[in-house]
Design a binder for this molecule. Sequence first.
Ligand code: TXE
Length: 480
Amino acid sequence: MQKIQNYINGQFENPINNEWLDNFCPADGEVYGQLPNSSKVDIENAYIAARSAFPIWSQTTIEERSRILIKISELLEANLQRFAEAESKDNGKPITLAMTVDIPRAASNFRFFGNAITQFSSESHESIGKHAINYTLRQPIGVVGCISPWNLPLYLFTWKIAPALAAGNCVVAKPSEITPMTAYLLGDICNEAGLPKGVLNIVHGLGTTTGQAIIEHPDIKAISFTGGTTTGAHIAKVAAPMFKKLSLELGGKNPNIIFSDCDYEDMLETTVRSSFSNQGQICLCGSRIFVEATIFEKFKTDFVKKVKALKVGHPSESSTNIGALVSKQHLSKVIDYLDIAIKEGANLLFGGKKVSVKGFENGYYLEPTVFEISTDECRINQEEVFGPVVTIMSFNTEDEVLQMANKVKYGLSATIWTNDLKRTMRLSTQIQAGIVWVNTWMLRDLRTPFGGIKDSGVGREGGFEALRFFTEAKNVCIKY
Ligand code: TXE
C-alpha cells in the first residue's frame, strides 16, 4: 500500500503526529493508499519554509522564475502517462480524459504563467502640471495559500500554484484529501526542475483541520480556493477579520440554452459533453438544459438516444465514456438528489440507477441520468448536484428562458446555442454569469478571466487577473 508524504522545504516528510487517512480508489471501492492527516504543526512548518524561501524567490529574476516554471511544464508533459494513470485511479475519471485534458492542462498552466509573467507590466501616470510621476509596483504578497478540490485535481491545483509562484510568492498548498496523488507526484517534478526549497510546500489532510490551519494562519495573507459554496462562505468568514485577499471559485448550476436556429448536430454532441464530462463533476457543466419548444421533442429523442449509448465502465478502459464518481459519500449524495427529483414530480427519461461494472462491483458507478421537468423551481434544477444528472425543459420565448436562467443562486457559466447575432448580444449581456459560451462549451483561453458571480464566488483567475490577485499594487509618486 502506497503512503504518500507531505512536501515541505523540498523534502518528503511524514506528518508530525504520524496520523494517516485512507485513500480509496473509486473504480473498485478499495483502499489503495494512505495520505498524511496533517495538523496545524505541519502547516506551521510549511509556512516557516515558505517564509524563509520568500526573500530569495521574490528577488529571483523574472527570466529565471519563468525558466523553472516552463521546465516543470516540460517535465509534466514527459510524464504524461504516469500522471494520467495516477489521476484516473485516484479520481475515477476516464484515463482518456486525464490524458487529453487534466494533465496537459496542468502542464499548460505552468507554461502559460511562466510566459505570462514575462509580459506582466504595471502602469505609470504623469501628473501633468504638478511635476510628478506615478508608477505602480506589482509586488508579491509573501506566503499565500492554495486550496483545491477533487474534481480536476492537478488541473485546478496548478491553476493556482503556477500564477502564485510566477508572481514571486511562496506557497503553502493543500490538495483535496480525496484526490491527493498527483499533487504528491508534483513534488519530485519541482525538485527536478530546480525550484528552490521551500518555495512550494504541499501539505495533505482534511479540510476541517489542515485546510482550516491554512485559512486561520495570520501570516498567510492571500487564499485562492476552489470548492463548495458552503466551504467558500466559511473561508470568507474566517479570513475577513485578518483582511486576507480571497479568490473563491465555488459551485455552479449552469444553464445550457438551446434555440431552434442553432447548428443542431454540433449542439447535440457538445451538450452530451457539457452534461456528462468527468461524470458531470465539473463546476462548468451545463446541468440545466432549456430547449426551445419547437425542437423540444426532437431534442429529447435524439439526446436520450446519445446518452443511452454512453459507456459506463472502468476508468482505465479507453472505450469508457463515464467512469466512477469520486467517492462513496458523493455517490450517495447524488443518489439522494435522484430520489428528491422523483418525489418532486420530475419525469425520468433515462438513467437513475447504480451500475455494476463486472469485476469492480464495489466501484462508485452511476448511469448518466436525464430528467424532464415542467417547472424550473424544483430542487434538482436549483441545487448543485455535481454528478451525471441533467434536467431538460422547454421554453417559448427569450424573455422566459432568460428569467429561468437567472433564477438560481449561482452565476458561474452559461451556454447559448443560436445563430442569431442580436439575440446572442442581448442574452450574453443579461445572463448572470462570469463566463458565457456561445455555440461551444469549455473552450478555454488561459488569457481570459475565469470566475463567477453570486454564490459562485468572488474574484477572477486566469491571465493577468491571476497575476494581479497574487500581487499587491503599490503606487509611488515622485515630484520633480
Ligand atoms: O468540497 P469542499 P467537497 C461542490 C460540489 C460538491 C460540494 C462539496 O457541489 O458536492 O462542493 O464538495 C478543503 N478550511 N464542489 O465537500 O469541502 C477541502 O479539504 C479550508 C464544487 O469535496 O469545498 C478541499 O481541499 N479548506 C467545486 C477543498 O476545500 C477546507 C469542486 C474543497 O472541498 C475546509 C468540488 C476548511 N474549513 C466540489 N473545508 C468546484 N467549484 O469546482 C474543506 N476544505
